[in-house]
Design a protein around this ligand. Sequence first.
Ligand SMILES: Cc1cc2nc3c(=O)[nH]c(=O)nc-3n(C[C@H](O)[C@H](O)[C@H](O)COP(=O)(O)OP(=O)(O)OC[C@H]3O[C@@H](n4cnc5c(N)ncnc54)[C@H](O)[C@@H]3O)c2cc1C
Length: 566
Amino acid sequence: MTYDIVIVGAGGGGMYAALEAIRRNPALKIAVISKVYPTRSHTSAAQGGVNAALANKHKDDTIDLHIFDTIKGSDYLGDQDSITYLCEQAPILIRELENLGAPFSRLEDGSIAQRPFGGASRHRCCYCADKTGHTVLQTLFEQCMRYGIQFFNEYYLLSIEENDGKCQGVIALNLRDSKIHKFEANSVILATGGYAKMYWHKSSNAAGLTGDGGAAALRAGIPLKDMEFVQFHPTGLRKSGLLVTEGARGEGGYLINNKGERFMSKYAPEKMELGPRDLVSRSIEIEIREGLGFESTAGQFIKLDLTHLGAELIMQRLPQIRELCIYFEGVDPILEPIPVRPTAHYSMGGIDVNTSCETNIEGIYAVGEGACVSVHGANRLGGNSLLDILVFGKRAGMEVVERASKSGQPKISDSQVEDQQKYIDGLFGKTHHERYDVIREELGTTLGENAGIYRTKDALTKGVADVYELRERFKKVKVADHSRLFNTNLMQVMELGSMLDLALCVAKGALAREESRGSHSRIDFPTRDDKNWHKHSIFKMTAEGDIAVSDKPVTMGKHELQERTY
Ligand SMILES: Cc1cc2nc3c(=O)[nH]c(=O)nc-3n(C[C@H](O)[C@H](O)[C@H](O)COP(=O)(O)OP(=O)(O)OC[C@H]3O[C@@H](n4cnc5c(N)ncnc54)[C@H](O)[C@@H]3O)c2cc1C
């Protein structure tokens, strides 16, 4: 199968790229490969909203303020050229999405409604009740169908193929019959989403967010960036880790400890519950450690109180949150406070790309949560990720069209396909005995304990050693289901392999970085160290399959380094 452009991933990032490319050149042959049905991509789970300085609610909001809030939120690790592009494009993209049919919630005057969100100095977050991602994804899918984009649903990316530093396409497995297919193309966009599911039970992520794109990139010689920065969202449901959107606090919900105190007054007296996520998560963790949390068999937690907002507002603006609380906690937020705790939520790091979404291999691009452009630096602001996938999805779509018309014939050889077949056959090895679910559980536990919200040298050293040991055991992991029809066990084993590679980057990067910045909090190095650590971390896979860590400078602009207070 030969295409002009192959896009791996059918979330918001991948679909916007496809849409932009086909609108620019309807003659292009574009394939979108996705391991899940497109509308089941994690983008559909996004609740709270998407930022743009439209100045509908606060008339004095500006693009410059959005830029500054994002740089400050990133703890000055974000690249200022990318952040400027992100914020400048935001109002254009929201209006475009509205024209494509996304049903945004409205203010009295009919303009798009905007709610307050963490770390933002103005009410800037545009939303569709608490189902923003769902509506964004459905809108984009409709448009892709309209333009005849070809989808390969339930195909799993196995490898990215290049020759002489030039993209040749990808190899993928059809999950329905376990047959291998090559997709030859001069341009490939990786839009495979995040990887915070490696924290397993303590994660808000969909089961498929296992970082396959990043792992395939490492194997193809493409570096990853800033992997130690994992965002813990303050309010995951106590038992499942499922998300309660920041929008709940944006609408006026507040956090209380076991004394009934609004404890955020101690940590962020001005912003209170709407401080940035890294700060609010750390505050919750401190309250729990100081014995001010609530006890339960599912672990300690604090409470998010919405009862004072009233039934009407909750039903109108947070209906999905109410459903999730009733189904997964047996608590109706109209009547009683919600039990919550921090949950691994977002991956700031990812495939290293520049503002044009290019990797180090000609013709291979990356966008979305699986990429690191870097607009979020050490800590992402709520509402900036949907924006990231829209803005840079579109940008990648623009960039590939330029390229697709100029390049020659791509070629994936038979031996490249055979290598992948051997890899799959090897996974069915007869002497294999390790259980994938046990390794997966142990991975989540060691990351949660040793590379969580607060980190130390000792804990991270243990975390790195544990991941090395699990990677060794993974070599003998058993695919228990030998059927070739819809073998989900085979897919889960491959996903575990991706998570282990990326987990090694997270743990090694966190051990190396001897400072505290954004989401990365070292108890043994409690302050930000701009002299030694104001730089991006870069991760490469060695020929032996190990991970080597190096660094690269941050792109600065008109905003100098400052202390970050809220
Ligand atoms: C619960 C939740 C709520 C959120 N709320 C907000 C919010 O309110 N505002 C905000 O800005 N951000 C929010 N975020 C973050 C935001 O939704 C995501 O960062 C963003 O949607 C990611 O989009 P994406 O296109 O990069 O990837 P995804 O939407 O995750 O899609 C990834 C795609 O890659 C495909 N894929 C992955 N691996 C493979 C493989 N091996 N082979 C083939 N295909 C593959 C998948 O099938 C899928 O189609 C939220 C995230 C979560 C988890």
